[in-house]
Write a protein that binds this ligand. Structure first.
Ligand code: ASP
Ligand code: MG
Length: 436
């Protein structure tokens, strides 16, 4: 069995959906097809939800109406058979009547989650109907029946496995379609795996079922050795280890959801990134294998906050770091980079939702300085930190750039540098020249 995931652009128009049907027909054996929402839809749903939160219901209705008519066009162009057009227009009308009811409701977090879930519910329905309209047997398996989150809103793999295996045991179809991104939370409500979460759905499903391969079909020919939006002459990487791909996904390569490699790696399920626009291209294969001691890729993550914490009494004091980390744990805020000296510790966070509380608590026993709008530049490759000459090449390339923090040797696959956001692009370009 394989899991095939198609992103928003891959199902972004009726023509693209037809092409997805061709691609899955070309893959042998049983497959679970995970779909994102049609591109643009989730953003539109988020904007509706934001309007409702700000009590601008009329604005929300206007946006809903525009999206509604877009889907009418979509349906008319997707099906040849009039009966399919008719029944799917009815489906769309029903969906938008549900959306309008959500707009009327009192706004809550739960309502927000219901809004953003609609995109995948629509795309999977339309696609399964399309397969049936061209005479292909397929079944739609609702993700809300098996994708489970725990009390911390993280995927609950055990429950997901039990539920999914149970449901699959009674299905004979070779093609099983399901929604990416959406999941059921511990309280039983509709929830999601955060933006870009369809990749995560695919690797979770692949991991719990220990499938042969997870394919992530997207609009680029794999992960590149640098950010193609910022740097010229980047190239796709044929092969990455799980560790390398994980570091890249987390530190800014936007191709994959930052957490999605973890379940695949835990269960040793290879992940292949493929290009829907160019299905013959090799793409990137992510597996257990590594190409030793090579600088593989660069990536950057911006909007990072750096925090410097200086203890008045840190010299030879133990227990200080423990107190610091406990504050971050209390506010469930992950720390990305960290460096220490005898009298201070600097660290970075991506999520600054609780920055104010964190500063207040630590400020009771230490001096805290905050620098916003920093960027982490991440250099990835197997054993790069121990490879001769890499350090020199990096520092020479970064000669003109103020480096705020360095993390070297924390992982054998990664060297990270923190620079002010304004130097991010320049750093990527200079390092690209020096390292590739
Ligand atoms: N539709 C969701 C989003 O736009 C999930 C995904 O596409 O992966 O974030
Ligand atoms: Mg994506």
């Amino acid at each position: 069995m394989k899991v095939l995931k198609f992103g928003g652009t891959s199902v972004g128009s009726p023509e693209r959906m037809m092409q997805v049907a061709d691609i899955i027909a070309g893959v042998q054996g049983k497959k679970i097809v995970v779909l994102s929402a049609v591109s643009g839809t989730t953003n539109t749903l988020v904007s509706m939800s934001d309007y409702c939160e700000n009590e601008q219901k009329d604005e929300a209705k206007k946006v809903a109406e525009e999206l509604h008519s877009k889907y009418h066009e979509f349906v008319k162009n997707l099906y040849k058979d009039e009966a399919y057009v008719k029944s799917n227009i009815e489906f769309i009308d029903q969906k938008f009547s549900d959306i309008n009811n959500l707009i009327e409701e009192r706004f809550t977090e739960q309502v927000a989650k219901m809004f953003v879930a609609q995109g995948e519910l629509i795309s999977t329905h339309l696609f399964t109907e399309y397969l049936s309209s061209i005479g292909k047997s397929a079944v739609l398996l609702p993700a809300l029946d098996f994708m489970a989150l725990d009390e911390y809103a993280e995927p609950d793999l055990k429950t997901t496995k039990v539920k999914l295996e149970n449901l699959l045991s009674s299905l004979d179809e070779n093609v099983i379609v399901t929604q990416g991104y959406i999941a059921r939370n511990a309280a039983g409500g509709t929830d999601n795996l955060r933006r870009g979460g369809s990749d995560y759905t695919a690797t979770i499903v692949g991991a719990v079922l220990k499938v042969e391969e997870v394919q992530i079909w997207t609009d680029i020919d794999g992960m590149h050795n640098n950010d193609p939006r910022l740097v010229d002459n980047t190239r796709p990487l044929a092969h990455l280890s799980f560790e390398e791909a994980s570091e890249l996904a987390y530190f800014g390569a936007k191709v994959l959801h930052p957490s999605c490699i973890v379940p695949a790696q835990m269960n040793e399920v290879p992940v292949r990134i493929k290009n829907t626009m160019d299905p013959e291209a090799h793409g990137t294969l992510i597996s257990n294998e590594t190409e030793p001691e090579k600088v593989k890729a660069l990536a950057a993550k911006d909007h990072i906050t750096a925090i410097k914490i200086k203890s008045n009494r840190m010299v030879m004091a133990y227990g200080f770091l423990k107190r610091v980390f406990e504050v971050f744990e209390k506010y469930r805020t992950p720390i990305d980079m960290i460096t220490t000296s005898e009298i201070a510790v600097s660290l970075t966070i991506d999520n600054s939702d609780h920055l104010k509380e964190i500063i207040e608590e630590i400020g009771k026993y230490a001096t805290v300085e905050v620098d916003r709008e920093q960027a982490i530049i991440c250099i990835v490759g197997d054993h790069i930190a121990s490879r001769k000459g890499v350090g020199t090449a990096i520092f020479e390339a970064m000669e003109e750039i103020p480096i705020r923090m360095i993390s070297y040797g924390g992982s054998r696959n990664n060297i990270s540098l923190l620079v002010p956001h304004d130097y991010m692009k320049d750093s990527l370009i200079k390092l690209h020249k020096a390292l590739f």
